[in-house]
Design a protein around this ligand. Structure first.
Ligand code: 1PZ
Length: 216
């Protein structure tokens, strides 16, 4: 495997992007939030083609939000709060039924990424507290069961379960993440987990405030 350089996934860059997404007044800057996801996608891609369906799902969600940002109402899609206000006022959000529009609402799209962020937080924390011979497949599956799985259909849960089995052993896994095994890695993971939790909490709070945690 090639050495880690700038073209590889770097957890520092994920952290920098999500850090930059935290605005004053408990709001989220969407551009930086999506940059964080674009960086995470490099990591999924580095895991191999078995994870292609997950990567494509992330691409499709990012693309919907970028399309909104580049559309005629793009300036409404700067922050999460401005997006919510705009979409609520203009009936862009489907509150009760599955959306049929080709371009789905930004609110329901971001909610899918938001739920996946909890999975990531739990998974990174499992990695942080793992030791040499622990299975990454099990760490990943446990995090998934505690978070994202409850929003997924039976079929998606099965597909995810199979994909998890293809995760490499811990040492190789950490190499893909461009991390060594030592104390420095645990520190990096600890600070990433904490930051992701902060971003998650701000986003969760806003969805709760607008009663949007269950958007179809
Ligand atoms: C390390 C390996 C990565 C494991 C990622 C764990 C998640 C696996 C399940 C992904 C299933 C993707 C198939 C499509 C699912 C969609 O149905 C749902 C709901 O969207 P809707 O159908 O309502 O439009 N989509 C999602 O839940 C979006 C997020 C899934 C991808 C998360 C990956 C996180 C990776 C983080 C980077 C390491």
């Amino acid at each position: 495997r090639e050495k880690c350089d700038n073209s590889n996934f770097q957890i520092n860059r994920v952290q920098a992007a999500f850090q930059a997404s935290l605005m004053k007044n408990e709001d989220i800057l969407l551009k930086s939030y999506l940059e964080g996801w674009t960086e995470l996608q490099k990591f999924i891609d580095a895991l191999g083609t078995i994870f292609g369906f997950i990567s494509e799902e992330v691409t499709s969600k990012i693309r919907i939000l970028i399309e909104h940002q580049q559309g005629v109402h793009g300036k409404e899609y700067i922050s999460m709060r401005s997006m919510i206000n705009y979409e609520l006022k203009n009936n862009v959000v489907n509150l009760h039924e599955l959306p049929r529009d080709r371009l789905q609402s930004g609110c329901r799209t971001l909610l899918r990424l938001h739920r996946a962020l909890r999975w990531l937080q739990l998974f990174l924390d499992n990695i942080r507290t793992s030791s040499e011979n622990d299975s990454m497949s099990i760490s990943c599956a446990e995090a998934y069961e505690q978070s994202l799985a409850k929003y997924h259909s039976w079929l998606v849960r099965k597909a995810a379960g199979f994909a998890f089995l293809a995760l490499p052993a811990r040492t190789e896994f950490l190499q893909i993440l461009c991390l060594e095994g030592g104390k420095e890695t645990k520190d990096k993971l600890w600070s990433a987990v904490n930051l992701i939790e902060r971003v998650y909490n701000v986003t969760q709070g806003m969805y709760a405030q607008y009663n949007m945690l269950e958007l179809p």
